[in-house]
Design a protein around this ligand. Sequence first.
Ligand SMILES: [Zn+2]
Length: 147
Amino acid sequence: MIICNFSFNHATILFQVSSYINTMDKNEQKKLKKDLLTEKTNIEKVLGEFTTENPTVKGDYKSHFHSADQSDTSDEKAHSVTDSEQERAVEQNLELRLREINETIKKIDENTYGVCEKCSSPIDIRRLKVIPVARFCVDCAKKAILI
Ligand SMILES: [Zn+2]
């Protein structure tokens, strides 16, 4: 009887500990959503600058080259190519990040945040703290090399 009681309590404690580890409470989710919305606004602002200014910048480059031919060295040409490639990479990263943020906010709104998309088990809060936009639990991420 004593042993039975003990193991029951032990199991209860284990359950409480694991549910504490595995879930992010509503207040934390609310705070996270606020942070994500702020980041989203910033990214959209930057992306907006990229997309509206890109054609203008291209035009500007051309007029610069035409008006200042003496500084049109192959070195500068190489630089401008690298810059636009870097710009495109940054833009793609921002778009990817924006998609992650949108998906995460959607999950918070739909009360499905912190649940693995593959196996439906809760994602460890320690993982969520490091990667708030994590879509998979550690096990599934390890198996598929996904985030
Ligand atoms: Zn999983």
